[in-house]
Design a protein around this ligand. Structure first.
Ligand code: GLN
Length: 243
């Protein structure tokens, strides 16, 4: 083979988005600060990204992150496009019917966020009759639907939290139902909004795999256990969460 053809082949191989053997394609929605989001250079960073890379190192697999909308992650596992998901995803019975979860790796809860000047909104029932923003396909969306009804036009479902929070800031929605750590991150960043409720649910995040993929699930759980024992899990948690 000529050197030229060799060089062309090498280039094609680099350019093709092929997955290396042993590489695990991990879906996430990088819209969930501080768990997964993009920095100014468009790198995907966050707590979950550090966790899955550490779990992969300890559990014996390479990680390739794939960014997509949150409401398509479960389907991505079901169709085989993704091998795993880490995306601040709460372990729920409904999701367990379609995918398998690792041991829990983080505890969270839903809260309400409103404009600073808005009084009240201390419990989920307070959103009745209001205009509310959520992210599509989330447990927060589910909680809001229980109060407001599934096809309520006043329940605005967005793909990006950045949009949900900017709608709140300009007053187009009255309140947001969102996970507490994410609410904290946005309240720190955006002036004039506040968390108005105590935690309203008890949720645990898990790393998901395709249903029945016991081999990968065992590696993920072994990796999680190892990083707990080595102290790496605590280091990552301290890096991203001050409290
Ligand atoms: N924890 C919530 C859920 O699982 C929200 C996750 C997210 O928006 N990334 O539905």
């Amino acid at each position: 083979m000529s050197r030229f053809i060799q060089a062309v082949l090498a280039l094609v191989m680099v350019a093709a988005p092929s997955v290396r053997a042993g590489e695990v394609v991990v879906g996430t929605n990088a819209e969930f600060m501080p768990f997964e989001y993009t920095d100014d250079d468009n790198n995907i960073i966050g707590y979950d990204i550090d966790v899955i890379n550490a779990v992969g190192r300890a559990g014996g697999f390479d990680v390739r992150i794939h960014n997509q909308s949150f409401d398509t992650l479960v389907e991505g596992l079901e169709t085989g496009k993704l091998d795993a998901v880490i995306s601040g995803m709460t372990i729920t019975e409904a999701r367990r019917e379609k995918i398998d979860f690792s041991e829990p790796y983080y505890n969270a809860a839903q809260v309400l966020v409103v404009q600073e000047k808005t009084p009240g909104y201390e419990k989920i029932g307070d959103i009745e009759g209001k205009v509310v923003g959520v992210q599509l396909g989330t447990t927060g969306a589910g909680m809001a639907e229980e109060v407001m009804g599934e096809n309520n036009p006043d329940l605005k479902q967005f793909r990006k939290y950045n949009e949900v929070f900017s709608e709140l800031r300009i007053g187009r929605i009255d309140a947001i139902v969102v996970d507490l750590p994410v609410a904290r991150a946005y309240v720190d960043k955006i002036p004039g909004i506040r968390i108005s409720s105590p935690p309203m649910s008890e949720e645990e995040y898990g790393i998901a795999v395709r249903k029945g993929n016991a081999e990968l699930l065992a590696k993920v759980n072994a990796g999680l256990k190892a990083i707990h024992e080595s102290g790496e899990y605590d280091e990552i948690t301290a890096k991203w969460f001050q409290n």
